[in-house]
Design a protein around this ligand. Structure first.
Ligand code: HOZ
Length: 428
């Protein structure tokens, strides 16, 4: 078992000057107990903590590192950009190149605006949808997480769900008065809501594959109903592809499922590990944004040259190398073997996966939405998590998150992960 003494000591120090010792709650180990590993560096599929432990990383900075840490072409692009300066607050060629790349790759995106995080992307997309339609109501789904946007922190997933505050204090009732929260995959509830309030709905926003209550797949009926109802009632369909964009397929979940949203939010991979978000979609909708249209949205660091270089290099490598078939095969084997090992140990579970995203739920039921996700055995997950961490396998520190396989993970890594899981299952 790995020793984590230095991490513990440093976390205690961090907690004296940073709330909870972290700059984002999902990473604080609130759902599993104990303290986080303090990371010194990353390289390919590994993280190294300050105790000198090597960790096989299935988080990849919560999604961005599909190519693993420090891909040479990404590092070279950032280094080259660094030579020219760090921020200009003025247009650059790189931001146009990244925008063109996105527009050419994702057919539903005719125009795109770069921002600095996924939260900013969803917040801006919501404002745009309201400004464009002249309507107020936003439909979201319980357990989906769209960043810490006031109007969307209603039964939100990720850290909010893990820490038991899915609807945050500090969000005035007025901010969520126009938010309608429904159960994911419930076509009837969705149809009933449109039947009652269709003319008030500005947009429906969802993670087309949910990563933030653990991985939940959409049913084909649900996706079809979303598209049909939004079109019929003049509401915009927003796919939050911050996690799934360039991840579950090069063109994201919308390519995989063949559904065209009106707006898409991106983040994570599109910045290659730098702080980037983006929102884009139909040109007529996007042209409602300032300075063309009246919907205001701005940012000093938006289109930052280092971030653009990192994102562009990442997308170019993905296009050149097409790692998706291999990611699919590796991830399928990993989930299949984990599931076999859990079954052999008599552990009720389900292991949904889409491409290189997956969650091992300690729950015997198929997890179709928030109601079932919440019934997962989080205590058993916590024991599993710590058993794996002690064996050098770095998983998400919550039952309600997805894991990510990278292009760097090898067959040997998968074998080692399954072997570690076998040992831990035997102790649960
Ligand atoms: N939204 C991320 C988890 N789903 C944030 C995690 C973090 O960086 O702490």
């Amino acid at each position: 078992m790995q020793s984590r003494t230095k991490s513990r000591e440093h976390f205690e120090r961090a907690s004296r000057s940073i709330p909870g010792g972290v700059n984002s709650p999902a990473r604080a180990f609130g759902g599993v107990g104990g303290h986080p590993s303090i990371i010194a560096r990353g390289d390919r599929q590994y993280l190294y903590d300050i105790d000198g432990n090597r960790l096989l990383d299935y988080i990849g900075s919560w999604g961005p590192h599909i190519l693993g840490h420090r891909h040479p072409e990404v590092i070279a692009a950032i280094t080259q950009a660094l030579e020219t300066g760090t921020s200009f607050g003025a247009p650059t060629e790189a931001e146009t190149e990244l925008a063109e790349f996105i527009v050419h790759t994702i057919p539903s995106i005719e125009k795109v605006r770069m921002v600095n995080s996924g939260t900013e992307a969803t917040m801006s997309a919501i404002r745009l949808a309201r400004g464009f339609t002249g309507r107020s109501v936003i439909v979201k789904f319980a357990g989906c997480y769209h960043g810490h946007v006031d109007s969307l922190l209603v039964q939100a997933g990720s850290g909010a769900l893990t820490l038991g505050v899915p609807s945050s204090p500090g969000v005035p009732a007025g901010c969520t008065a126009d938010t309608v929260n429904l159960e994911y995959n419930d076509v009837q509830e969705l149809s009933d809501t449109f039947a009652k309030r269709g003319s008030e709905i500005a947009a429906v926003i969802l993670e087309p594959v949910v990563g933030n209550m653990g991985l939940v797949k959409p049913t084909p009926e649900f996706l079809a109903a979303l598209r049909e109802l939004c079109t019929r009632h003049g509401a915009l369909l927003i796919f939050d592809e911050v996690m799934t964009g360039f991840r579950v397929a090069f063109g994201g979940a919308q390519e995989l499922f063949g559904i065209k949203p009106d707006l898409t939010t991106l983040g994570k991979i599109v910045g290659g590990g730098m702080p980037v978000g983006a929102y884009g979609g139909r040109a007529d909708v996007m042209d409602a944004i300032s300075p063309v249209g009246p919907v205001y949205q701005a940012g000093t660091l938006s289109g930052n040259p280092l971030a653009m270089a990192s994102g562009l290099a990442t997308l170019r490598v993905l296009k050149k190398t097409n790692p998706y078939p291999e990611l699919e095969a590796k991830s399928a084997r990993l989930c299949g073997e984990l599931s076999k090992a859990a079954t052999a140990a008599g552990i009720p579970h389900t292991c949904p996966r889409v491409g290189s995203m997956f969650t091992l739920f300690f729950n015997p039921e198929p997890v179709t939405g928030f109601r079932v996700a919440k019934t997962s055995d989080t205590q058993r997950f916590a024991k599993f998590f710590h058993g794996m961490l002690g064996r050098g396998i770095y998983l998400a520190c919550s039952q309600f998150e997805a894991h990510f396989v990278s292009a760097c993970h090898t067959d040997e890594d998968i074998d080692a992960t399954v072997q570690a899981a076998r040992e831990v299952f035997a102790t649960l």
